[in-house]
Design a protein around this ligand. Structure first.
Ligand SMILES: Nc1ncnc2c1ncn2[C@@H]1O[C@H](COP(=O)(O)OP(=O)(O)OP(=O)(O)O)[C@@H](O)[C@H]1O
Ligand SMILES: [Mg+2]
Length: 398
């Protein structure tokens, strides 16, 4: 059985590592002479045809980004395994490596004696973790609410509302909320929450994550409002590769792990949005107070009725409400064919919050818009729902 597994095309490094092991360490070495890393770590262990090894060395010439990604996944699925990476130990990189769960860095030109010290240390770390780690927890069987924010027209405030719902719910259920940016091409949840995510939806739908919800959780970004975020891919090209089926699976997994999954979407009803809607327990419809936006919402709702995919619990939100623009709430309701449940006035504080990347509900801001946003958040509180079953759709007055 091999205690040590090495992946590298560098034959010289392999020789020095074998010399290090032969110089007094128990167990064998198995080397994969390649710079390609498996997308799914289970593949690695299947090839080994044995129980899990103790130390994995990602040797010289393995792409560093790939190595960090594999280490992140392994750190969750095989927390006992010690991963060592061959790289120059510069301080900025060390922090990145530490976050990915890499146990140690070995400079690529290290001699056998130096490698041996690192391998010994890594084996000890394996032994300690092997003893202390408890078996994985069973996953929650109760599924959480999946709240999708939709609108046929763009720019009506979906992202503003989705980020505020998430942050608002984070106060009542800390670390039990995840916001997912399904405006895959041009999503701006990351900027709305002032996040610079290391991982995105692309990682979250990878084979490793879709098969293991703990791996998926490693790809989420923590936000200071005690919520998790899964942001859109960095480029529209990456977004094109994501399928509706992958999105269905992703939302299924997240709803098993979180009490609340809040989904921001792209305008209109693209395939990804429809796949998400099918998984929603609650749909928040956002309309502006202008004729195109209201008409858009009406035709959107008609199409969905025909397709028979209208989730039962809907919340119609009138955003940027303004009593002086010539339309009344009654005009809106008769066009949409449904009552408006929550009204959020146009507000300078909200516009400013987008540019700062701090949703208004994150700070104690006194502003008319926060009242409407809080009312919306309250609609997802189980106590409110139980009390208000019969008046779920109550007329608002602007
Ligand atoms: N109630 C409000 N008062 C003032 N400004 C608002 C309000 N709601 C949203 N905005 C502003 O409107 C702009 C568009 O909002 P947002 O990005 O949330 O819309 P969106 O529907 O997500 O747009 P897209 O369809 O492009 O994704 C932002 O600059 C935001 O600050
Ligand atoms: Mg948006």
């Amino acid at each position: 059985m091999s205690r040590f597994v090495l992946i590298t095309p560098d034959v010289g490094f392999d020789g020095r590592l074998r010399q290090a092991v032969a110089g007094g360490l128990q167990g064998g070495v198995q080397t994969f002479f390649t710079s390609l890393l498996p997308a799914d770590p289970n593949e690695l262990f299947t090839h080994l045809n044995q129980e899990q090894p103790e130390v994995l060395v990602l040797g010289p010439e393995v792409p560093v980004d790939e190595a960090l990604r594999l280490a992140t996944v392994l750190n969750v699925s095989y927390p006992e395994l010690s991963v060592i990476l061959a790289a120059e130990p510069d301080p900025g990189f060390l922090l990145q490596a530490m976050r990915a769960g890499i146990r140690d860095i070995v400079p690529p030109d290290s001699d056998a004696a130096q490698i041996r010290v690192l391998l010994e240390r890594a084996s000890q770390s394996f032994a300690t973790r092997h003893r202390t780690l408890s078996p994985p927890q069973a996953t929650e069987s109760n599924k959480g609410l999946v709240i999708g924010v939709f609108s046929p027209k763009g720019g009506v405030g979906k992202t503003t509302i989705a980020t505020n719902i998430a942050v608002g719910l984070g106060k009542v259920a800390p670390m039990s909320v995840v916001i997912v940016d399904l405006d895959l091409q041009f999503g701006d949840v990351a900027s709305g929450l002032y996040l610079d995510p290391e991982h995105t939806v692309t990682d979250a739908v990878s084979p490793a994550a879709s098969q293991d919800s703990l791996v998926l959780k490693a790809f989420l970004t923590v936000h200071p409002g005690s919520i998790y975020a899964l942001c859109a891919p960095p480029t529209p090209i990456d977004a094109d590769e994501i399928t509706p089926e992958q999105i269905s699976r992703l939302l299924e997994q997240l709803s098993e792990q979180f009490q609340y999954v809040v989904v921001d979407t792209a305008p209109g009803l693209p395939e990804i949005g429809l796949a998400a809607m099918e998984k929603c327990t609650d749909v928040v419809w956002v309309s502006g107070m202008d004729i195109p936006s209201v008409r858009g919402l009406r035709s959107g709702l008609d199409v969905l009725r025909q397709l028979n995919i209208l989730p039962e619990t809907r919340h119609v939100v009138l955003n940027m409400a303004d009593a002086k623009n010539g339309l009344t709430v009654q005009d809106l309701e008769s066009t949409i064919g449904a009552p408006v449940d929550v009204s959020i006035p146009r507000s300078r504080a909200v516009a400013l919050s987008t540019n700062r990347g701090i949703p208004v509900l994150q700070e104690p801001v006194k502003d008319p818009a926060t009242k409407g946003l809080n009312q919306l958040v309250e609609r997802f509180n189980p106590a409110w729902r139980a009390k208000s079953q019969r008046k779920l759709h109550r007329r608002v007055v602007v």
